[in-house]
Design a protein around this ligand. Structure first.
Ligand code: NAD
Length: 357
């Protein structure tokens, strides 16, 4: 089991160190190799995704990723910005399925801005297609508008597109995932307006014929955005395209009120994956030892489950996280009166201790 460890920038190095500590405390053997990515790689090598880092990622079973970015890189040309490293890894590794669970832990039920009864017991899995849609469709650009009411004016345009195989494979991923959960898939589209998403809906419906044991419903994206805050527990697995998934997964992550708790996974067809917390590099708190490492630790658990076939170890980590929360340990982002304030390192140590108990 070979893991490429890419801590990145900001709090990335602090939180990944805790996840590694947790992995090393398991009775499993991993080969782990660390490399620079993002702003740290740009500073050292002039590129956010150096050749050696990409090679290491491609040759590993899984990538454990921290976060990249810092405001100081915002004036760089777009291809050199730290965030481009993630796009490069997704593209080169063919990571087309993004898994973003939104789980509300009982102990943190008051951290949400929604009423506790709406989110207690929440467990949604958002599956976002990651390599197609309007983010990558060609042509795109700026030009002089050739027609329409403003012909001759400057305009910008992007192309929304999906091919049949892209939709089929993400639909299968969603149905397979639902089989291991509550057997319900909601496919989110905008079929009432967009040809691309009528096509999406038709193909998801076709693929569903192979999964008669899973219930499927379709929902327009505007309604899905409303239902996520009105009645989030109605969802089990949500599958959608790249742009809608980008937006809805962030909305869903906020339901739980604690971005420092939410892991994510991006997988390719051979189950090689990139595992990272859902949050960014948090430059505002970097170096202070106060970041919550649990999203990254839970991402490591997803890595064990999806890419390394170690379901039992994944469950053990998830149980250990629940245990430390039940013990009342909290980093600053999830702290409330009556709980015990701990640092990034103390939280990691507590998870290791809970695993050993
Ligand atoms: P962010 O997620 O880094 O931070 C948002 C807020 O959440 C901040 O107040 C931060 O302190 C807090 N926060 C985030 N993670 C936390 C944790 N583990 N524990 C406690 N608090 C936490 O988003 P941002 O501030 O918009 O972006 C900062 C940088 O991160 C930017 O350069 C952005 O481009 C980059 N970014 C990277 C990724 C990635 O690497 N996948 C994702 C999003 C943003």
């Amino acid at each position: 089991m070979k893991i490429a460890v890419l801590p990145g920038d900001g709090i990335g190095t602090e939180i990944v160190a805790e996840a590694i500590k947790v992995l090393q405390s398991l009775d499993l053997r991993f080969e782990m190799e660390t490399a620079l990515v993002g702003g740290a790689a740009y500073d050292a090598h002039g590129h956010p995704l150096p050749e050696a880092t990409l090679k290491l990622a491609m040759q590993s079973d899984a990538v454990l990723f921290g976060a990249v970015g810092d405001w100081k890189y915002d004036s760089l040309d777009r291809p050199l910005r730290p965030e481009q490293a993630i796009l490069g890894l997704r593209k080169n590794m063919g990571l087309f399925a993004n898994f973003r669970p939104a789980i509300c832990y009982q102990e943190l039920v008051n951290a949400s801005s929604l009423k506790p009864e709406l989110i207690a017991g929440l467990d949604i899995l958002i599956i976002r297609e990651l390599t197609g849609d309007i983010y990558f469709g060609q042509p795109r650009g700026r030009r002089v508008a050739p027609d329409g009411a403003f012909a001759g004016a400057e305009e910008a345009f992007d192309t929304m597109r999906y091919t049949r195989p892209e939709i089929e494979r993400i639909a299968r991923v969603a149905f397979e995932a639902a089989r291991k959960r509550h057997k319900r898939v909601t496919s989110v589209d905008k079929a009432n307006v967009l040809e691309t998403f009528q096509f999406w809906k038709d193909i998801v419906t076709e693929v569903h014929k192979d999964y008669p044991d899973v219930a499927l419903d379709h929902m327009y994206v505007d309604n899905a955005a409303m239902q996520l805050v009105k009645e989030p527990k109605r969802f089990d697995v949500v599958v959608t395209g790249n742009m809608f998934g980008d937006i809805l997964s962030d909305e869903a992550s906020m339901l739980t009120g604690s971005i420092g708790m939410l892991p994510s996974a991006s997988l390719n067809a051979s189950r090689q994956g990139l595992y990272e917390p859902s949050h960014g590099s948090a430059p505002d708190i970097a170096g202070k030892g106060i970041a919550n490492p649990l999203a990254t630790i839970l991402s490591a658990a997803m890595m064990l489950r999806f890419s390394l076939d170690q379901e039992e170890a994944a469950l053990r980590i998830e149980q250990a996280v629940k245990k430390v929360l039940a013990q009342g340990l909290r980093t600053a982002d999830i702290y409330s009166d009556g709980t015990q304030h701990v640092s990034t390192k103390e939280m990691g140590d507590a998870v290791v201790k809970a695993l050993a108990a």
